[in-house]
Design a protein around this ligand. Sequence first.
Ligand code: WTA
Length: 673
Amino acid sequence: MSDFNQEVDMSEMFKVPEQLRAKAHVKSMEEYRAMYKASIEDPETFWGDMAREFHWETPFTKVGPTFNFDRAKGPVHMSWFDGGKTNLAYNCLDRNIEKGLGDRMAIHYECNDMDDQHASFTYTQVLELVCKFANALKAEGVTKGDRVSIYLPMTVELPAAMLACARIGAVHSVVFGGFSADALAGRIVDAQSKVVITADGVMRATKPVQLKSITDKACELAELQGFKVERVVCVGRLKGTPYADQVKHDWVEGRDVWCNDFIGSQPATCGVEWVASEDPLFMLYTSGSTGRPKGVLHTTAGYMLGTFATMKYVFDYQMEDTFFCTADCGWITGHSYITYGPMLNGATQVLFEGVPTHPEVDRFWKICAKYKVTTFYTAPTAIRALMKSGEEPVTRNDLSSLRLLGSVGEPINPEAWKWYHRVVGGGRCAIADTYWQTETGSHLLAPLVGAVDCKPGSACFPFFGVEVAILDDKGVELEGECSGSLVLRRPPPSMMRSLYGDHQRFEEAYFSQFNGYYFTGDGCKRDKDGYYWLTGRMDDVINVSGHRIGTAEVESALVAFPNVAEAAVVGFPHDIKGEGIYCYVTLNEGEEYDDALKPKLKQQVREMIGAFATPDEIHWAPGLPKTRSGKIMRRVLRKIALPDYLTQDLGDTSTLADPSVVDVLKANHPRAA
Ligand code: WTA
């Protein structure tokens, strides 16, 4: 959908910074190509050698990938490291401590408020917290394969709870703290999580987020759907602080327990549940083009290798680095590049609870200066928002420690790329634009910063083990310079294995479009130098501030409103967010439209999904443009959502059942003065 790439200069090139190349793990294009070739042609050696850096309780007998992507040949399946038994939490913590990194800082926890109780945790301290959590979960009766829902703010308890699940073989399902009670309930019920870990609340800038009260409501909603949550563990984040009275919640005796009481008396050591390579590690819900969110299922060993390898090579991780990923653990970026990738590498990182604009617009840069961050990873939407405040908030902070800047979540427009490079990076840092998905678990396309000259706006080349192709509409692979649908020919190690409880939907959602390929849902160009340029989603998924939102989800929230008969949602280009949410709404027969409905409809979406999905625009549509067979012509709706809708060529509208609806939509336009 994004049209950023249309006016891009595809020949502009930024050379590898020489001081980076000197120390990098991969120092030249030749070296990258040789390693890439080995990863594809001889995965047994390439991935096998890398995997042997980890602890295996039982060694694997085969590296893989063993897979079938062709539905005609039977069910889609994939596996890596068959026969092996290992444990992610062990490899993140115990293994590093055994190597002598016990006293090394693992996490610098930076709170929302500048003067709050920031704290730092060594690897040994994180292990102790994880073990207490793991013992408490075991005492609660949680065993291997059970799902645990986690609805927490960005405090150290969040990665610790994830690692505790991994340690005992339980499957975590983290739900981003911005989701509503309705969304949380749906995810709890789908996963059948008897235990939910939450917090009383958290301050986001100056506003409280009522996590516990939302959890209470979600548990009620779950019960109405026939599922009972047995235990709610509540981290007392605001308890005993000056903000304590900002949060209000119930306390259900017998169900609720404060986290301190839950883990307090547990021992600080805990045995490890050795799990098979393909045992599930976690599920994470994401949006698709149809229906309810999909529970993307990741397994153990392949995910471990994928996140470890990309952290090491894409971020060119070195022992003296301090890493700062601004994502929330509620999204895949936080899973792979806060909880797992950095810890597997024994890295020191910053965990940030707050927002980039509190107390001032330079909070990210203050944090970078405070902890001497070397590697900073954020989303283009944040860069664009911060660009608006000018250069001074950046340059007043000492950012000389930075050497590498990452970008993720949506295509980065070259203007933002160059500002990031020049102003934040002082012209000396490498930029890694990383393209990947919840489904792929780790980076698919990204430059190796010591080897690849970058083109602003391009995610450059495939990572090791990633075999991409670009297909035309008929599913034929295109060669050389081309544009089409981006697919994978084979699974990289960290690829999702299924959708939780619905393998058929998994096959239909990803493998039905092109026989024998995984379809990413993204459009992509390859230029004459072989660089890849993402052009945006090709399905009905929109990308709002780096958050993936299915238009179908917003539509079903809108039609749940009493007088709404029908809704159609599309994305439109937005300066800061990348894409905004534009909703066409038809009311029930005989209902009068009134602008006072707008805030109510927006509120409806906030309640059913979360504030991050709040519509930007509501457009009253007495009728929607439909073909004679009743299909909504979204291409027409996308054009009418543009600011210059009056001069847009709507293309062929002759197949519309009632072409006059288009004129009515223009006459009703919310953007008309
Ligand atoms: C988009 C986030 C262009 C893409 C890690 C993808 C990107 C979806 C980039 C996945 C990028 C992510 N350049 N587009 N560097 N990174 N995307 O699952 O459309 O939240 O399919 O994973 O975001 O979003 P998800």
